[in-house]
Design a protein around this ligand. Sequence first.
Ligand SMILES: [Zn+2]
Length: 86
Amino acid sequence: METMLAPKLLAADRCDVRCPAQAQVRYRYPGDGLLDFCAHHADTYEVSLLASGCILEEDRRAPEKETVADKARRRYPLPDSKGTMI
Ligand SMILES: [Zn+2]
């Protein structure tokens, strides 16, 4: 089976939200298209992008930075299969 690899983010790639910032995060959405976002817009839209079936393809945000998904998980913890809150 052949795997389709997305091109890596380049310094010239810009945020797709009419924003001049350098793209830091790339998502693949259903239908095999790519969306690039700066860190700010990735944080803003990540939860809804992932909920709509997008896959995080590449993430160059600072690793210590808490994402919106992390904040949501902390605020609304979900039980795992053993009933432990994660
Ligand atoms: Zn942006």
